[in-house]
Design a protein around this ligand. Structure first.
Ligand code: MF3
Ligand code: CO
Ligand code: CO
Length: 293
């Protein structure tokens, strides 16, 4: 039976329905429809309040982990040491390092130095003064996943290194500035490409993309860091995904090493990346792995 707008509110407040729960109920109904539509049409699972809170808690641990690692970055440490730090810190805070055994990935974090674009496997590579190193942390906490990364300087670095890290950071900022309901996924990539390639003369990696996240490590949709204004899926509140542009100082081409994971620039040029997990809100977005950009 349908409740009339002038009927008493079913919540028992004694107010008329229109003065009480009517708006909230309408919003909930349209969310329910959108939820169904996005699931059926795109296999995207829109997140509710409680899910967003869970992802945010996981995200807080991710950012704490990145902060902890940043303090340990110095010449002479191995990438394996960063793996140990991340693994132990995550476990001791009640989390699970999501990369470990993910599709056969052998370590708990991705550590990508200089010409390594992403998915670097921690090992005996020693960080040296002048390197740049990306640490990509994904943590599962109470069933929820959050994913973020940052590129750090190892001691004093070259002007080239400063440039590529700055451009990668600003690329994430430009991409995130497009995240609001009604915009499209293509707007994000367009803004990144416009800045990194057209304005800065760097290049955007095509093979690896941002992704839905939260209930799983990688969910639909894919979020390319290149694209056309107005193309792709329309953003709606409750969508949770990463933006994680990989920017090369030279050409965009990549090579995957025989370990089947490590992606390096084909021309050997430097590559940098910053990543955050965000949720689309009614008015824009909120980062669930917030750090200063
Ligand atoms: N954290 C990466 C991302 O941002 C994915 C790494 S997959 C792994 O999507 F298996 F290498 F961990
Ligand atoms: Co990611
Ligand atoms: Co990541």
């Amino acid at each position: 039976m349908k409740i009339g707008r002038n009927d008493p509110c079913p919540c028992g407040s004694g107010l008329k329905y229109k003065k009480c729960c009517m708006r909230k109920d309408k919003a909930a109904r349209s969310f329910k429809n959108l939820k169904e539509l996005y699931w059926k049409k795109y296999k995207i699972r829109l997140k509710e309040k409680k899910d967003i809170l869970g992802i945010k808690r996981a995200g807080e641990l991710v950012v704490k982990t990145l902060d902890m690692v940043e303090k340990e970055i110095r010449p002479g440490i191995t990438t394996e040491y960063i793996n140990t730090l991340v693994h132990e810190f995550t476990i001791s805070n009640g989390g699970i390092p999501a990369p470990l055994n993910y599709n056969g990935f052998p370590k708990s974090v991705c550590v990508s130095v200089n010409e390594v674009i992403c998915h670097g496997i921690p090992g005996d590579r020693v960080l040296k003064e002048g390197d740049i190193v990306n640490v990509d942390v994904t943590t599962k906490l109470n069933g929820y996943y959050a994913d973020a990364n940052k590129t750090f300087f190892v001691g004093k670095v070259s002007e080239d290194a400063k440039k590529i890290v700055h451009v990668a950071k600003e690329s994430l900022k430009r991409g995130l500035s497009q995240v609001k309901p009604g915009n499209s996924i293509g707007d994000i990539g367009w803004a990144i490409q416009q800045y990194a390639e057209k304005e800065q003369g760097c290049s955007v990696v095509r093979e690896m993309v941002g992704h839905g996240v939260g209930f799983e490590f990688h969910e639909p949709p894919q979020v390319p860091h290149f694209g056309k204004k107005g193309h792709g899926i329309v953003l709606v509140p409750g969508m949770v995904f990463t933006v994680e542009p990989m920017i090369n100082l030279g050409k965009r081409d990549l090579v995957i090493l025989p370990d089947k994971w490590t992606a390096v620039t084909k021309d050997g040029s430097l590559s940098a990346q910053f990543e955050q997990t965000v949720v689309v809100t009614e008015t824009g977005y909120e980062s669930l792995t917030p750090y200063d950009l």
